[in-house]
Write a protein that binds this ligand. Sequence first.
Ligand code: AP5
Length: 222
Amino acid sequence: GKVEPLRIMISGAPASGKGTQCQLITQKYGLVHVAAGDLLRAEIASGSENGRCAREYMEQGKLVPDEIVVMMVKDRLLQPDSQEKGWLLDGYPRSSSQAIALKELGFKPDLFILLEVTEDILVERVVGRRLDPITGKIYHLKYSPPETQEIASRLTQRFDDTEEKVKLRLHTHHQNVKAVLSMYEDITVKINGSLAKEDVFAEIDSALSRLVEKRKSTSESL
Ligand code: AP5
């Protein structure tokens, strides 16, 4: 029989390494990366009314209202590529209402990855983070420096990547994380995200490989 595509959620505090790991996961597993924060930043860049509204919340490190976020994520998950290749949902759900909305729409994850990172490391990661606007690649001045001078000269910083703003984002994260976790307890895998990015990926990779193997043996026995 046909092997079902994977449906994965990845969660963790701001700057815990979700986006970095998603780039490594999609390279190997070919899933469609659906990042709530990226969808919101694209909406802001488009100049829409929803984008303008979203930015006000993001600047305060608060959750953007469900009316905006749920619809955006749903539309992306319903695209043919996500349906065919499977999806890797990053930064969603961040509240029980978002988790419930997803469930009611019929989207059910196979695995919930939680990246655990200590707070002092998070602040250092946020402040040193830079983005390449051309390739979308995530860098860090100390931990993942740009490969060439040309890339270095075009790197940008996110408007919410200051020490002050990350404290607000962390506060929001702590308020919501328990409620979200409790809804996925049976499929959660906790990963030590404080290690080097290759070591974090090795742990994620082994969890995903086990899942793929299980899938294959089930589809063979059908
Ligand atoms: P979002 O864009 O999702 O931001 P976030 O959750 O704060 O997470 P980040 O993107 O900051 O970090 P990351 O975990 O991806 O880390 P990264 O890999 O870049 O959300 C932004 C805002 O949008 C929210 O505050 C909210 O307002 C709104 N929003 C988003 N989703 C929402 C939702 N569902 N509902 C409502 N509102 C929503 O890594 C960070 C840095 O560390 C990089 O420089 C990287 O190079 C480095 N690094 C990564 N891994 C390692 C490692 N292992 N060792 C050393 N350095 C590392």
